[in-house]
Design a protein around this ligand. Structure first.
Ligand SMILES: [Mn+2]
Length: 238
């Protein structure tokens, strides 16, 4: 069959991942990938991280994994750590074993499967994924809105004329599957699908499924599982 199954931000929502995976029923020759933000905010971050490793599920780097990695790298230096962790992040760091850390450190910024490109946040039409600057690498993890000149807008600084990156994306780096910005429903554009449906905020966990036909992945469906958490405020957390 050879399906490509891509999960939205899981954020430690272990129970929902298990239920969603049961519903999808991946086969041996299917590829499963997460859009990043496997950990933090939910109740079972490390359990989820271990499950993903044990079941050979791949992932790109999310901004939340990136923060933990940067914290750990600073810890090795003889300076005061400039990164402050919250209680949840500190608990995660305390529970990570060497294998977990190695897994996190090796998460790629993007993954490509034929015509499909997976990133955590987003990208601009001018980006070349094979030749990114340090600044662009940081932006790919966090991109949401752009201003009218297509400049990156930081979280919380959006204006009325801000444009969501995927609405401007022309497909030159492949059909992009991303997370980071959660929405009630998956966001489907001409050249991109946003698959973070805010499970950890009480909405649902979603996956997009592609089927391989003649060396190309063709869109099949989006499958979701309701969050086991009660419905909370519809704020736009990243
Ligand atoms: Mn997220």
């Amino acid at each position: 069959m050879n399906k490509l199954i891509i999960y939205g931000d899981i954020h430690g929502s272990y129970d929902e991942l298990i239920t969603l995976r049961k519903k999808i029923n991946p086969q041996k020759d299917d590829i499963e990938v997460c859009v990043g933000d496997i950990i933090t905010r939910g109740k079972d971050s490390v359990k989820t991280l271990r499950y993903i490793q044990e079941h050979n599920i791949k992932s790109v780097l999310g901004n939340h994994e990136d923060k933990i990695i940067r914290y750990l790298q600073y810890e090795k230096q003889a300076i005061k750590n400039p990164i402050t962790l919250d209680e949840d992040e500190q608990n995660i760091v305390n529970s990570l074993d060497l294998k977990d850390i190695e897994f996190l450190m090796n998460l790629p910024l993007f993954m490509k499967f034929e015509n499909i490109t997976i990133v955590h946040g987003g990208l601009k039409n001018s980006y070349d994924l094979d030749n990114l600057t340090k600044n662009q690498k940081a932006k790919i993890l966090r991109m949401r809105y752009l201003d009218k000149n297509q400049n990156f807008i930081a979280f919380g600084k959006e204006e009325n004329d801000s444009i969501f990156w995927a609405n401007l994306y022309d497909g030159n780096q492949g059909f992009v599957i991303y997370g980071h910005q959660w929405l009630q429903e998956a966001k489907i554009n001409q050249f991109a699908i946003g698959i973070d449906t805010g499970c950890v905020y009480g909405n649902k966990l979603s996956a997009v499924i592609f089927k391989k036909i003649d060396k190309k992945y063709e869109y099949q469906t989006i499958t979701s599982i309701s969050s086991s958490k009660s419905h909370t405020a519809h704020s736009f957390h990243n």
